[in-house]
Design a protein around this ligand. Sequence first.
Ligand code: FAD
Length: 504
Amino acid sequence: MNEHAIRDVVIVGGGTAGWMAAAAFSRFLNNGHTRITLVESEEIGTIGVGEATIPPLVSFNQMLGINENDFLRETAGTFKLGIEFVDWGKLGDRYFHPFGSHGHDLQGVHFHQLYLRERQRQALPPIADWSMSAVAAAAGKFGRPSPEAQSPIRELLYAFHFDAGLYARFLRRYAEGNGVTRIEGKVQDVTLRPADGHVAAVTLADGRQVAGDLFIDCSGFRGLLIEEALETGYEPWGQWLPCDRAVAVPSALTGEPDPFTRATAHAAGWQWRIPLQHRMGNGLVYASAFLDDDAAERALLGRLEGAALAEPRRLSFTTGRRRECWSRNVVALGLSSGFIEPLESTSIHFIQSGIARLIALFPDKRFNPVERTEYNRQMRELYEDVRDFVILHYKATERSDSPFWDRCRTMAVPESLQRKMDLFRAKGRVFRDSMELFATTSWVAVAFGQHLWPDSHEPAVDALDEDRVAAAMAQMHQGYAQVAQQLPSHGAFLRQTALSPLAA
Ligand code: FAD
């Protein structure tokens, strides 16, 4: 064994971030000499929200060797095929941001470019009609994609909705089964090594000390190690993303769970609706400068479809990112590393991505700064790309019915987003920067859905025969509709494969 190898990894915090990290490390650092310890405090508890995800989580489960049906059963999970956005471009609007792609490219030309030209010739349905995931979602259907299939079902891409508390419990069982040690206790003090300022140990309220070589800060918004002990600093993004509060409440299901999240814009924010097997998750995300907490709670409760099942919970947050997600021997994962409101369900993905990048750049006790710098660069890019994509939802609007929307519509956006919007407006072009999470389909869905129509299309489209393109588009359209018709309903699929005892 390398004499410099990390022997003790200490994870502080047992929310989604802590247990995802513990589960992944127990699988991938399972080398006989790395001990993994997780400290959490039941008294402090977890944030308890975080119910919608994006497709990469499917591969996180696969990498851990988790059976998907077991996972859905244990977490009261449902399938998610994308997000339906209501009232964003203007009041009365409705569009779908699907997982997967829109249609097929022809001779190297992107499908949305074909769509742009064709809509000048004839009235077309929304571009979502050319997405397998969106068409299935609109019909309330679901089926697992099969990569070998010839039919468009192989294009269906999905993620999950689940109960965050049950997910943490599920991962805890997995991690403890793989040898992770859990310590119940409240961290009260952090000891730094005088020589280099690295964290040497954390001290619990009962006086126990937990020492380590590498510390993972999963302590939530407060950033117990990364901020309170190391004072790493935070870059706030409230000038572009003004929402800073949320109120959340579960409600009774009023029918079969839909296979999609709904995000409905309000006068000063937006409301999520996330169907699980046994209940609906709801929440209103809003800007406190435009709406007070009591009014927000009334607005949320007034729009519930089923009866509220608990008292509403109020949360506040500062959108932004930790200046360095990895500082000295501390890596922040989850809310301690930053937060972007859950409009595109990206926080759990930040955790997954942080874990994967940390495993890829795993240090030894010498802590080569090159690895740390690279990790911080990659995480900064991930955060900024997602930030820009989320800002697009607020900026690309025609809404002028409230001071909140007036502010969003007229605000200056980061240069990186302005450049992308300008390119898109000219000829509908989208370029994916290095490891960018949201690419062509996502951009096209939101931009078309919110009336950011390009002035023209790419010249390459004009090399393709118009009638042949129209015929190919019609054929694709029909293919998606036919496949969706044959799929079982989402509820029936869950009953056949993954129904949890909670919902039975
Ligand atoms: P927490 O859940 O806050 O866990 C912190 C842990 O640290 C707890 O175990 C706590 O006990 C422990 N701790 C803290 N201090 C101490 C101490 N002194 N001693 C010992 N232990 C301590 N993400 C998504 O991907 N999809 C969504 O739909 C989504 N919706 C969201 C909606 C809202 C309104 C908010 C605010 C967030 C949402 N998120 C969503 C984000 C998601 O909730 C988090 O990313 C996820 O839950 C991870 O949280 P965490 O583990 O970092 O922190």
